[in-house]
Design a protein around this ligand. Structure first.
Ligand code: FES
Length: 133
C-alpha cells in the first residue's frame, strides 16, 4: 500500500488537533466496520465564517490525515463553502488514497457536516428561545 507524501505529512504532523471548548458546533461520527471515531469542533462567527476548527480522531492514519486536511480546507472559509466540502476534494488535496482507505475520507466529510448540522440546530434553538422571551 502506497501513501502520498501529503498523506504521510498530515498523518505525522496533523494540523488543528484538539478541541474548541466554546465551539459553535460539534460533530462526532464513526464507522461501525473499522470502529474509528472522529470529532470535529467549529467556531463560527456572526458572519458565518469558520473562524476556527479543531479535530480529534481516534482512528487509522488515513482518518487522521483526511481530518487534518479537511480542517485546513475549511478554516477561514464561509460556512456555505465549508458545507460543500466533499471527501473527493479531500482525497485530491492529499494526492490520493488507496481504495480501501476512501471510507476514512468519507468520515472526515461526515464529521464536518455533523458539526455544521449541530451549529444550525443550536442556532435555531437560540432563535426560538429569543422569540418566546
Ligand atoms: Fe476506518 Fe480509516 S480504517 S477510518
Amino acid at each position: 500500500m502506497q501513501y502520498s507524501e501529503k498523506v504521510l505529512d498530515h498523518f505525522q504532523h496533523p494540523r488543528n488537533v484538539g478541541e474548541i471548548p466554546d465551539a459553535s458546533g460539534v460533530g462526532m461520527v464513526g464507522n461501525a466496520k473499522c470502529g474509528d471515531i472522529m470529532q470535529m469542533f467549529l467556531k463560527i462567527n456572526d458572519d458565518e465564517i469558520v473562524e476556527d476548527v479543531k479535530f480529534k480522531t481516534f482512528g487509522c492514519g488515513a482518518a487522521i490525515a483526511t481530518s487534518s486536511m479537511a480542517t485546513e480546507m475549511i478554516k477561514g472559509k464561509p460556512l456555505s463553502e465549508a458545507e460543500k466540502l466533499t471527501n473527493e476534494a479531500v482525497v485530491e488535496a492529499l494526492e490520493g488514497l488507496p481504495p480501501v482507505k476512501i471510507h476514512c475520507s468519507v468520515l472526515a466529510q461526515e464529521a464536518v457536516q455533523a458539526a455544521i448540522a449541530d451549529y444550525r440546530a443550536k442556532k435555531q434553538q437560540k432563535e426560538e428561545a429569543a422569540k418566546t422571551e
